[in-house]
Design a protein around this ligand. Sequence first.
Ligand SMILES: Cc1cc2nc3c(=O)[nH]c(=O)nc-3n(C[C@H](O)[C@H](O)[C@H](O)COP(=O)(O)OP(=O)(O)OC[C@H]3O[C@@H](n4cnc5c(N)ncnc54)[C@H](O)[C@@H]3O)c2cc1C
Length: 341
Amino acid sequence: MIQIEDMFVAWSEQGGQTNLVTTNKSQLPKSVVASEQESELLALRSLSFETHRATVPELEKLLYKAFPVLDRGFIRVVDYMGDDNAVVQAARVSYGAGTKKLREDRGLIRYLIRHRHTTPFEMCEIKFHVKLPIFVARQWVRHRTANINEYSARYSLLDNEFYVPAPENLATQSSVNRQGRGAVLEGEEAARVINMLREDAIQAHAHYVEMMNDDNDGMVHEDRKGLARELARMNLTLNFYTQWYWKVNLHNLMHFLSLRADKHAQFEIRAYANVMLDIFKQWVPLTYEAFCDYRLGAVEMSAQAFKVVQGLIAGKAVEQSESGLSKREWRELMAIIDRDI
Ligand SMILES: Cc1cc2nc3c(=O)[nH]c(=O)nc-3n(C[C@H](O)[C@H](O)[C@H](O)COP(=O)(O)OP(=O)(O)OC[C@H]3O[C@@H](n4cnc5c(N)ncnc54)[C@H](O)[C@@H]3O)c2cc1C
């Protein structure tokens, strides 16, 4: 039996897959959760409530725990509503349990996802607390179908916490994709970039504090009035960490993950999406399985691409020039079906 007091949950990336693994507290980056917050989380975990509502034992084990993401970020589940059965109950508009044999429930969930019958999934909700760099938050906030409440930098001071990529994630600009990364930067160039990122952020935060004349303990210099927090914050760089609560229903969570756990999404937001995928798996395993099969691992084809595939199966010689596909579409299709061009 794992002692909650001694163990935290972390994520580890293994061959592109992430798994929630238990790890000793001492292995966590120190700044992910401050010690007073850590005590709050432990205090929360010591409480239990009786309820007639459905709960998910596997998710209960993870509730409130902070999963480290990037160098100083985290994600944790604060609350949730519903489970796989809630999806089934809603689909059947049942009075009671609504669920039948596991095989039938699984079949129904898979049918719903396959045919984009989405509203039953809106019956489940999950609420996360996320600490993330501002540039990741800018991408995340584009997902409008969730509820957000962000830490107020008008009201409070932002900590001197900023993201610096690990050396293996410092990449060059991709030559084939304007939104992508190429090879990893190496040697002196990599060291210089990391230094610049760090030094610029440190200086920006020092100026931020100096302009406000406020270091969280009050005025630094009695002879200066200091700039308002809401103005001083504009000096901070996009790699500074912010925090928010993010509540979303299961349908919109799947939409978010289908875009942000995808290989086309930027590594940094994908790091969060990967942890959320693992949480999703613990929460609603049947829905997760169907999502992986019909969304995450599935491919979409245009009518022309489908014709090309039909032609290839029939043993016909199909050429890009006659396919109705652009060169780029053709390349993408050949990559999907693992064919040499
Ligand atoms: C790899 C990648 C690259 C991207 N690059 C860029 C970029 O260069 N520039 C940029 O600006 N954005 C970019 N985006 C953001 C992208 O265009 C979407 O804004 C973002 O992914 C949110 O998707 P969404 O609108 O489907 O999600 P949500 O806002 O959660 O909406 C979910 C669904 O609800 C419906 N919906 C919600 N609001 C409306 C509305 N007002 N009107 C009609 N339907 C609505 C739509 O069907 C939508 O798909 C990128 C996203 C990804 C994943």
